[in-house]
Design a protein around this ligand. Structure first.
Ligand code: 5GP
Length: 132
């Protein structure tokens, strides 16, 4: 049997998160290592490692959900753009990174020093501001 990913534990409520949005197929929450305020992960509830291997209905639903959240983030975080990144080198459970940005380097995942784990109260305040 497949071992549950950290995101499956979050989806099951076994690990806490700062939730932004939830429906029957997807969950969105703040990453603990944001490269920008409001850096959100949009995750399918089904545990599949790579985004490209999702069933078409789950794949389409995830991107529709990402669009809804990105439009909301752009307004609420008052930014020019919301960047999108798909990588998955750390957590083998498909997810879309949404990153509110005003400048090109805001999308960098290799800042020096790397982004620290965010303060829980700060994340809670941001989640409160952007929750759908
Ligand atoms: P990737 O797999 O695309 O390289 O990145 C995984 C993302 O998940 C990173 O932004 C990382 O900080 C985030 N992440 C890893 N573990 C947790 C966790 O337990 N809770 C939350 N909220 N985010 C996590």
């Amino acid at each position: 049997m497949q071992q549950s990913s950290i995101f499956t534990h979050i989806i099951n409520g076994e690990i806490p998160c700062h939730k932004i949005y939830e429906d029957d197929k997807a969950l969105a929450f703040l990453t603990i290592n944001p490269v920008a305020d409001g850096h959100t992960l949009v995750v399918p509830k089904v545990q599949v490692d790579q985004l490209w291997d999702l069933e078409v209905a789950d794949y389409e639903h995830l991107w529709k959900t990402a669009q809804k959240i990105a439009l909301h983030l752009r307004t609420v975080m008052n930014v020019d753009r919301v960047g999108v990144v798909v990588k998955g080198f750390e957590v083998p459970h498909a997810h879309i990174h949404l990153i509110p940005v005003n400048f090109h380097s805001g999308l960098s995942f290799d800042p020096d020093p790397p982004p620290p784990t965010a303060d829980n109260d700060t994340l809670a305040a941001i989640a409160e501001r952007i929750r759908l």
